[in-house]
Design a protein around this ligand. Sequence first.
Ligand code: UDP
Length: 153
Amino acid sequence: MTIQRTFIMVKPDGVKRGLIGEIINRFEQKGFTLLNAELMNVDRQKAEYHYMELKEKPFFEELVDFITSGPVFAMVWEGESIIEVSRIMIGKTSPLEAMPGTIRGDFAFSKAENVIHGSDSLLSAEREIANFFDPLSICSARDKDYPFDERKS
Ligand code: UDP
């Protein structure tokens, strides 16, 4: 068992298109546990820190413009091998390459505005969660009353 936490974010295009419920539904159906979620505006400093590994890319400024252009829905999820599994559920970056059945395969039209972000490693997940959430605000899936069903391990 490798229980991990990851940072998942519905990007501004996904929020505007009303896809928050669809995305939460997919993660719940997969048996993952939601530990925190917030609809929020992202300032440039937070967006630049979030995408620090892409700082040298030609699309970096546009990416920061996009992420700060409207509310995002930031979430912390926990589950078995969730970093790898969530990346599969999300699909490839480009909508042309994202397979049908993945979130981007089903909903994304553009490589830049591609609906959703998911951490790609444990290290990134820790950094990204800390960038968006106060550690004390994150629920624990090991609390005795949460989650409320058989997913509790
Ligand atoms: N992106 C972009 N143009 C590109 C590649 C990426 O605008 O040519 C954006 C896109 O929103 C992507 C984000 O930068 O989701 C992060 O890129 P990364 O390569 O980390 O892809 P991801 O992990 O999101 O699939």
